[in-house]
Design a protein around this ligand. Structure first.
Ligand SMILES: NC(=O)c1ccc[n+]([C@@H]2O[C@H](COP(=O)([O-])OP(=O)(O)OC[C@H]3O[C@@H](n4cnc5c(N)ncnc54)[C@H](OP(=O)(O)O)[C@@H]3O)[C@@H](O)[C@H]2O)c1
Length: 439
């Protein structure tokens, strides 16, 4: 039997501790599957006194992940610390620089430094695997990187943040406000104490940037993603969407257009009868649309210790099974020096349907004025309705909901700005993009 593959695990939190427990309890099964044992030779975390339910016999403890990456007697460095800088970045660079294989679940690190790290790994002839970085347990990286080579992708999109999906699902089912659902998500451990990274869409953007590179062969450009979170979604929007046959989801979408690649993260209305509309709670989903395959939709657990550790374990066992000298899969789907510059499609030229909710003072001519502004910007309306449970009373605020046919973002923005100048709006207009999945 081949020598054991020795791994060092930096970070023993939710994911790291689950991973080490699985490696220890399934050692004999893994040995059979990989043709060699996998042994945890070193670990690192901040607090050495914490009981993490793992056996420390024969494992060297490091207080500093960078020291572990530089000195430990290991073949694979597993980074589960988190963050795009500091200990995570320094230790991954040190490990690759020393010629170790690296496995990470860190989307923040990859979305920021992924191209450089891929170049470093390729220079050293080592693997950098990161299945858990996008959509947790769903094997989307391997699917894009290995299984769908040769496909031309037209659009990829998905629900990639369980916290947001949980909040939107609870708002709809229980009729609760955004703030109440967020508090509940925090109490149940689905949302961080500081949830801004999730609810403002940054976490989805990090994941989307990695998928964009794998699907479209361009450099990672997380800072060019159009970003809108879910904090402005009200229960009124959710009800109005349902009345019109839609459900609101926070989607990350990357789409090829004539002017470049759109990358956008925003609340999105999807038809109620589409498959992605049925993906509820903390579950994630990723859809890939390509010319050879058609549409592939993968649904599953996007987070959690075991689900994420499962993806990390897959990356480690791939290394255990790989044969020295065999051609390795490029880190980002193609050799890093062959990635094309990212050609950004401007958000203003995005084309699609729009839901627009306006609260107006109920006075003569408002309806006609809104219709005129839409017509002047060449926006064709699928519907325009006064959305109120009570009869219209002069002087009382009324809600008007418009749904447009496919139109340009720039036209919608111009029309909404013109309506704002008319002086009858109460509060800010709500604009939500509509996305039409193939299935
Ligand atoms: N949790 C999920 O469901 C999930 C899903 C997908 C991807 N991920 C990714 O997986 C990674 C780990 O996430 P997690 O949820 O397991 O994080 P976590 O529970 O916060 O654990 C982080 C671990 O890193 C250790 N650590 C932090 N800073 C350190 C430092 N400077 N030196 C040494 N150790 C340090 C902590 O030590 P102490 O325990 O001693 O404090 C802890 O063990 C992140 O990149 C995250 O984005 C997580």
């Amino acid at each position: 039997m081949a020598n054991a593959l020795k791994i060092g695990v930096a970070g023993l939190g939710t994911v790291g501790a689950s991973l080490v427990r699985i490696l220890q309890t399934r050692a004999s099964t893994l040995t059979v599957a990989c043709g060699r044992p996998i042994s945890v030779a070193a670990v690192s975390a901040r607090d050495a006194s914490k009981d993490r339910g793992i056996l420390m016999d024969g494992i060297t403890w490091y207080a500093d992940p960078v020291a572990m990456a530089k000195e430990a007697d290991i073949d694979v460095f597993v980074e589960l610390v988190g963050g795009s800088e500091g200990a995570a970045e320094d230790s991954v660079r040190a490990a690759l620089g020393r010629g170790l294989h690296v496995v990470t679940a860190n989307k923040a690190l990859l979305s920021r430094h992924g191209v450089e790290l891929a170049k470093l790994a390729e220079e050293k002839g080592r693997l950098l695997n990161y299945e858990a970085a996008v959509a947790g347990g769903i094997p989307v990286i391997k699917t894009l990187r290995e299984s769908l080579t040769g496909n031309n992708f037209s659009r990829i999109y998905g629900i990639m943040n369980g916290t947001c999906n949980y909040i939107l699902t609870r708002m709809e089912r229980e009729g609760l406000s955004f703030a109440d659902c967020l508090k509940e998500a925090q109490r149940l451990g689905y949302a961080e104490a500081d949830p801004s990274f999730d609810i403002e869409g940054n976490d989805t953007a990090h994941k989307l940037s990695i998928l964009t590179t794998l699907a479209f062969g361009c450099e990672i450009s997380a800072d060019k993603i159009y970003l809108e979170g879910i904090t402005n979604i009200s229960i009124e929007d959710i009800h109005a969407a349902a009345d019109l046959g839609y459900r609101i989801k926070l989607l990350g979408v990357a789409q090829k257009t004539e002017s470049g690649i759109e990358q956008r993260v925003h609340p999105t209305m999807v038809p109620l009868d589409s498959v992605i509309a049925q993906v509820d709670g903390v579950t994630n989903a990723v859809a890939l649309e390509s010319d050879i395959l058609g549409e592939l939709l993968m649904v599953g657990p996007g987070a959690g210790g075991n689900a994420t550790a499962s993806a990390v374990l897959g990356d480690i066992t791939d290394i255990a099974k790989s044969r020295p000298g065999a051609q390795e899969v490029p880190v980002l789907g193609r050799p890093a020096h062959l990635l094309e510059p990212y050609r950004q499609a401007e958000m203003q030229s995005h084309e699609g349907g729009y839901f627009i909710r306006l609260t107006v003072q109920d006075r003569t001519g408002v309806f006609a004025s809104i219709a005129t502004q839409m017509a002047e910007n060449a926006i064709s309306l699928e519907s325009i309705v006064q959305h109120s449970k009570e009869p219209a009373t002069p002087g009382r605020p009324q809600t008007i909901i418009l749904v447009t046919h496919a139109t340009m973002e720039s036209a919608v923005r111009k029309a909404v700005d013109a309506i704002k100048r008319e002086g009858y709006l109460i509060g800010e207009p709500q604009v939500i993009r509509i996305e039409r999945p193939k299935t």
